[in-house]
Every structure is written in structure tokens, then in C-alpha cells.
Design a protein around this ligand. Structure first.
Ligand code: PLP
Length: 360
């Protein structure tokens, strides 16, 4: 059985060596020393000014919307994981979808302006599969209309744009450290901002709004994360180069073997680095893709239609709406298995099966 993804697990003793300290300190959560250490190490690794380690990527999105005090309409992409949209609704705002670009699969920045109304307060865009959005154009539009910008960087761990961390763009960027992500802490999320005032506010929000043992400065939530999760994050950070190297190798192997397949890869931002978070393919037709899924399934190989269907016409709490590019792409996009333990022999098998489907 080859799953579409598998969490990276470090050698167990690398993780358990953190447990003695946790037992000695009896400090299990609430911004403990391991969580602080993880924040410091991630700041260094990602080369960002400020960062908070939080519960998960979804809460990070909700905290970002809350901290920026957003109301009314938020422009966003229908081609993302459900949390991008649900966090907007959860915070009492209205998601306004803008179609994606058919090459990058990110929000089409040239269509943002026509969606702006008097009620628009922000843009929340996803760096889909880690591919940087057109951040410069988005920033320019946001400035012109006085809008805030949040990036859902759940896929974009470690990505740089023009030599700078992708998380340094926008007012706030968030990342997910969920077990299935490229780099993870079991459950976890990151919030990045360049603004020290915003950081202070987010730190208060993360801890119920407490400004002292008996005083509150903000409406807060429990957005903290535990020492056990921090330990997993610290352990996995030691393997990040190996993870990156292996994923790059697998990706390039897929690329070389699948060049004859009737499918294309998303067009990457020219100034952006790759993090090999996923291996998406946009097939020429849904029919071919469905046959490929079937073929792989009978050989016990998992795939995922990620993202399908479009968020604009599936959520029971929103009026359905169609978007030409998103609807067409989401029907034809498939992510192939990609994880640290995947062997090149397995990749070879996957590729041979795919090509066999096409050539039959
Ligand atoms: C995984 C993911 C999230 C949610 O992150 P969690 O840590 O699972 O809450 C949000 N947006 C995108 C694009 C994701 O892939």
C-alpha cells in the first residue's frame, strides 16, 4: 500500500530525549521553554522577524482575521483547503471568491479589483502547493484600496521569494505544522508578521487576552501549543534538510518519468524557490485522470484530488457560485504520493502505471 502522504517520523529516541526535561520541569504547555526554543529556531531557519507557535493553522487564520479587526468582505480563493474559507466565515466575515490563474493555480490578481466593494476589508490568498502568489500585484492593489493582506502559507514552509521568506509578505502570514505537512509538529501552526504591535496583539489573543494574572487586554482564545508538540517540531527541524533533499529527488524523478503524460504541472513563480510540498498534476481531461486514479487504486496506490471540489460551490453555509478556471482545474487536478519514505522504485511503479493507462 502506497498512501498519498505519510507523516515524517524522526528516530524515536531523538524525540524521547526531550521528555525527561518535560517531566523534570512539569511544564507541559503555556509558552514553555521548548515552545520558546522552537519559535527562536524557526525564526532563524525561516529568516523572519517575528513568529508565534500556535495550536494549528486554522486557529492561526482565525487569530489573524481577529487581530486585524476585519469586518465585512474578504476576498479569497476558491481553490484552497476548506480552512481558508471557513475561518473567514467563523470570524463573521463574508468570503468573496475570485477565480484563479490557470497556470499558477493561485488567485488571479488581475481579477481582484473588480471584486472590491465598499465593504471589502482584506485579501486572504493561499500560496497553493507552496507556489508564491503574485504578492507584488496584491500588495499594490491592497495599498490602493486600503486593504489588509493575509497569506495562507500552510503549504509554503521554507519558500523564499527574491531571497526573502514568503512569510514576510502581507500583513500576516500563517503556516500549518500539521502532521501531513512538509514540516510538522504533529499539530501546530505559525503566525508571522513584521509588525511588532500586531505581534503583541496576537500574543495576547493566543493566551485568552490575558495581560496579567487578573487583567485582560483583548478578546482572546486558547491558541497556545504544548511542549510535546514543540518537542516534535524541534526534533523534525533537525531533519529538514534531509526531508527537502528527498522530496526534491522524488519530484525530479516524477518529472523525468512523466514528461510524456498528458498532464501539466503548475507554473511556478519565477523568483520563488520550491519546497516540494506536493506533486500536483493537471490532466488534459478529467476522464484520463479518473482512469489513472482507478488504475493506481487497484494497485493499492493512493492519490488525492486536492483541491476538489471548488470551495465556491460545495460549502453548505455559502451560496454556490461557479468559477470557470477553478471549476475546470479542480476537476482535473491530482496529487500523487510524495513523502520522505517513498522510494524511487515505488515512484517508478506509479509512473509506469500512469503511462500504461494513457497508452492503452
Ligand atoms: C492544512 C491547511 C490548513 C489548515 O491547517 P491546520 O494546521 O490543519 O489547521 C489551512 N490552509 C491550507 C491551505 C492547508 O493546506
Amino acid at each position: 500500500m502506497i498512501p498519498v502522504t505519510k507523516p515524517f517520523l524522526p528516530p524515536i529516541e531523538e524525540y524521547t530525549k526531550y521528555l525527561d526535561g518535560i517531566w523534570q520541569r512539569q511544564w507541559l504547555t503555556n509558552m514553555g521553554p521548548l515552545a520558546s526554543d522552537l519559535e527562536m529556531k524557526l525564526k532563524n531557519y525561516l529568516d523572519v522577524k517575528h513568529l508565534l507557535f500556535v495550536t494549528n493553522g486554522t486557529v492561526a487564520l482565525q487569530m489573524a482575521i481577529k487581530a486585524l479587526d476585519l469586518k465585512g468582505e474578504i476576498i479569497t480563493t476558491p481553490f484552497s483547503f476548506v480552512a481558508t474559507t471557513s475561518s473567514i466565515v467563523w470570524e463573521g466575515c463574508k468570503p468573496v471568491f475570485v477565480d484563479i490563474d490557470k497556470n499558477t493555480l493561485n488567485i488571479d490578481a488581475s481579477k481582484i479589483e473588480e471584486a472590491i466593494t465598499d465593504n471589502t476589508t482584506a485579501i486572504l490568498a493561499t500560496h497553493v502547493y507552496g507556489n508564491p502568489c503574485d504578492v507584488h500585484k496584491i500588495e499594490e492593489i491592497a495599498k490602493r484600496h486600503g486593504l489588509k493582506v493575509i497569506y495562507d502559507g500552510a503549504h509554503a514552509f521554507g519558500v523564499k521569494l527574491n531571497g526573502k521568506s514568503i512569510f514576510e509578505y502581507g500583513d500576516i502570514s500563517v503556516c500549518s505544522l500539521h502532521a501531513t505537512k512538509l514540516y510538522h509538529s504533529g499539530e501546530g501552526g505559525l503566525i508571522v508578521t513584521k509588525d511588532p504591535e500586531l505581534l503583541k496583539k496576537l500574543a495576547l489573543i493566543r493566551n485568552f487576552g490575558f495581560s496579567g494574572p487578573e487583567s485582560f487586554a483583548e478578546l482572546g482564545i486558547n491558541g497556545k501549543n504544548s511542549e510535546f508538540h514543540a518537542a516534535m517540531g524541534l526534533t523534525n527541524l533537525n531533519f529538514i534538510d534531509a526531508i527537502h533533499k528527498k522530496r526534491k529527488e522524488i519530484t525530479e524523478y516524477y518529472n523525468s518519468k512523466l514528461s510524456g503524460l498528458k498532464a501539466v504541472r503548475p507554473v511556478w513563480h519565477k523568483q520563488g524557490t520550491l519546497n516540494y510540498a506536493y506533486y500536483p498534476l493537471v490532466f488534459d481531461s478529467e476522464e484520463l485522470m479518473l482512469k489513472c486514479i482507478e488504475k493506481l487504486k487497484t494497485n493499492e496506490i493512493g492519490t488525492r484530488r486536492y483541491f476538489y471540489p471548488s470551495l465556491a460551490n460545495t460549502l453548505p453555509y455559502l451560496e454556490p457560485a461557479d468559477f470557470d478556471v477553478t471549476d475546470s482545474i479542480s476537476r482535473k487536478v491530482l496529487c500523487l504520493p510524495l513523502y520522505f519514505d517513498l522510494s524511487l522504485e515505488e515512484v517508478d511503479l506509479i509512473c509506469r502505471l500512469l503511462l500504461r493507462v494513457q497508452n492503452n
